[in-house]
Design a protein around this ligand. Structure first.
Ligand SMILES: Nc1ncnc2c1ncn2[C@@H]1O[C@H](COP(=O)(O)OP(=O)(O)OP(=O)(O)O)[C@@H](O)[C@H]1O
Ligand SMILES: [Mg+2]
Length: 326
């Protein structure tokens, strides 16, 4: 179990509390749970808290990252193997499934499980029998299954990338963790708790958010969700120990590239002030935040903000309406 478990799941927004309540109800049953939600919303933390509130809390919690399973080794990784089952199998190996016996098997990133493995997983989920490679007698394994994904499993089924029968086997009790941007009041609560926890961990004086900083946190769209907020708070604790944290300071941490050279002549790919993250980003999100940054720098003066963005004032006003900015 990761260190995050030491920090309980926090939140007070109605959207979050309703998922938390449902998770408490299902935790004490043995039902299979499928947790869905964007990256960084807390799916793994929720899976751990379901385990902790379950009847098998004293048993192991075994997490398997299905996206990281290599197709060649996956069978022995999940199901185990006997000594000599194949060339290189010099010793017996207990698979991850058997390791979770009488505990919780957390199938993380289930949407990325290779199709070839999905059939074997389905067989195990249906009969509870785990057959290591090279072993004749399958063993009965009792596990509570919690799966998680940030992908739209139903769409993967429709696209033929995920088995429908496995989908139905997992989709017993679905829990959808909403993105942080839809959990308004959770942002300040989490941000203050993260500041306090990191200040203690790093042994530095606790900084405090200014009002405008909290407003900015509230209006940010958090594409990386709680993980993004948590990482931001750790940086703020390190760089602003004991100080008041302004909105400008947060902007600098959230958009470190935005302040770099704006001379258009310099805008060659090699010198581009922005770099595209490997998993892409939302252009609308960037545009919205650049508009906010320009308005902030010009203290709300729209004519000057439009100039900074090389837009006409009308275009800026149109885009502000589009993003519901005032
Ligand atoms: N409600 C919460 N309270 C406190 N910490 C949280 C909460 N939700 C998430 N976190 C923290 O945010 C980070 C990301 O959470 P987690 O790893 O559970 O997200 P995830 O949904 O599994 O992300 P991914 O899809 O990228 O795997 C972790 O450090 C976790 O401890
Ligand atoms: Mg995760």
């Amino acid at each position: 179990m990761n260190s995050a478990t030491q920090l309980k799941m926090m939140g007070s927004s109605p959207a979050f509390l309703s998922v938390l309540r449902a998770s408490r109800l299902v935790a004490v049953t043995g039902a299979t749970v499928l947790i869905q939600g964007e990256s960084g919303v807390g799916k793994e933390l929720l899976a751990e808290s379901i385990h902790e509130a379950s009847r098998q809390a004293d048993g192991p919690f075994v997490a398997v990252n299905c996206a990281a399973l290599s197709e060649t080794l996956v069978e022995s990784e999940l199901f185990g193997h006997a000594k000599g089952a194949y060339t290189g199998a010099v010793a017996k190996r207990i698979g991850r499934i058997a390791a979770a016996h009488k505990g919780t098997l957390f199938l993380d990133e289930i949407g990325d499980m290779p199709l070839s493995i999905q059939a074997k997983m389905l067989r195990f989920l249906e009969n509870g029998e785990c057959q290591p490679l090279g072993v004749e007698q399958p063993a009965r394994v009792e596990v509570r299954v919690v799966a998680a994904t940030n992908r739209d499993l139903a769409a993967l089924v429709a696209a033929g990338q995920f088995r429908q029968d496995l989908y139905h086997r997992l989709h017993v009790v679905p829990l959808l963790l909403p993105p942080l941007r839809e959990r308004g009041q959770d942002v300040a609560l989490l941000a203050n708790a993260f500041l306090a926890s990191f200040a203690t961990r790093h042994g530095v004086a606790l900084p405090a958010f200014s009002r405008s900083a909290l407003e900015l946190l509230r209006s940010h769209t958090w594409p990386g969700n709680v993980r993004e907020l948590r990482n931001l708070c750790e940086r703020l604790v390190i760089f602003q120990a004991g100080q008041e944290i302004s909105d400008t300071c947060i902007r600098g941490q959230l958009f470190p590239h935005a302040a770099c050279g704006t001379n258009k002549a310099d805008f060659t790919p090699a010198l581009a002030p922005f770099s595209l993250p490997s998993d892409g980003l939302s252009l609308e999100w960037v545009e919205r935040n650049l508009i906010l940054a320009a308005l902030e720098r010009t203290h709300g003066n729209r004519t000057h903000a439009a100039k900074l963005l090389d837009l006409s004032r009308d275009t800026l006003l149109y885009r502000m309406r589009k993003y519901a900015l005032r």
